[in-house]
Design a protein around this ligand. Sequence first.
Ligand code: BES
Ligand code: MN
Ligand code: MN
Length: 469
Amino acid sequence: MSDLSTQSAVAALYADDHNSEFLEDLKLLARIPSVSFPGFDPKEVERSAEAVAALCKARGLENVEILKLPGAHPYVYADWLHAPGKPTLLLYAHHDVQPAGREELWKSPPFEPTERDGRLFGRGCADDKAGAVAHTSAIASWLKTHGSLPVNVKLIIEGEEECGSDNLEPFLEKYAEKVMADVIVLTDTGNFDHETPSITVALRGIVALDVTVRSMDHPLHSGMWGGPVVDPVLALSKMIASVVDAKGRMTIPGIYKDVAKPAKASEASLKSLKLSEKTFREQSGLFKGTKLMVSPKDILRSNWYIPSFSVNAIQASSKKDCANIINDSVWAHMGIRVVPGMNPKKTLADLKKHLVKNAPWGVKVEFSGETASPSWTTDTDAPAFTAARTALKKGYGRPAVDMGCGGSIPFVGPFAKALKGAPALLIGVEDPLSNPHSENESLHLGMFQKAIASAVHLYAEIAALPSVK
Ligand code: BES
Ligand code: MN
Ligand code: MN
């Protein structure tokens, strides 16, 4: 019988048999330090785009192109469009990565992918080069076994997700037609755990900014001047502290007012997913004795559907130069994860207003680097979701769950809109132990294999639908 599901079973077997080859593809990409942050060499992101493009060609994709916009890190485009009358999938991942962080804390070098304990360690091994390779591997498995795919695919591998996707708008203006598709498949999220295939149905948005506080034009000897002179580090500490109360809840007036009740699919997933405090503590590495900021029953809800404030970096002087001084200035980067119902621009304005209002002693407060991107949420009624569940069950041998996500992917909302409301399937390869953005990031290798098998099945399941929407 040569029906679609038999064909996809054959392709999935191929994927399993060739997993070590696909892992080599990933290692090749992960050796390139494609950090998209300002201050890092943008040539590395270009080199990474070229490596992704070469991989696309090697794995049988066509019309491979590096898409450049002025001032933007390169995207990679590739397609395979020989399934007339069948749906077109837009497959997304990103090839840029976060900085490595503190090199001395890595157990193996960040840009030398290393296998250990069933995982592949290295910056980008999970977030999100594994996403890119999951797509190319699933495509290759079909092309090698059948010479064709049951659907049309367009691949977009972004080069500036980690620095905020600043050029999404011009990108969409220029390429909306090129990327038009019926379904979006984003491989840049996580699974509830490494055994439980998951569809992410909500993302938080993020507003963020740099804050600089100054009190004078140069640092002063803290003995010679301490007492009468304003310490800007103390001033900023008070400003930051004013954002939360003793329980860690934000105090910005009205900040929780617009928070929407989670949508139907979200509420159902909150009800069915169980995460104990013990497991959460093990996964996060939170010390015994360090309190949870919410009651254990609210862990998932507060992470996915309630806004949260964090301070990502503070700098005044440095460990190396730490002297007995009163600093002239201090800098911090901070942000609020926003949820459905909230207007990110308003949240940003409210945060700034609150900081200024709580700035003591007449210090100068300056803001820069402001960003605001919205949350995203979906219902799961479209038939494409049914196809995804069947495919995940086949790939993982377990039923899929819906989950929320505390993180953000600026790409999703604008793309789903540009694609006229195409359903977006967020199916990823990270798990709670992946440590993205932190030292010792890693990918669970067993899960990677199952994720590729699921992607193989997904093409067949979508091809079999009478309609995707
Ligand atoms: N892959 C993440 C998004 C994510 C986070 C998925 C947590 C699953 C769990 C993505 O690469 C990311 O880090 N996004 C940034 C967006 C920001 C730069 C606008 C984030 O969430 O900080
Ligand atoms: Mn990512
Ligand atoms: Mn990331």
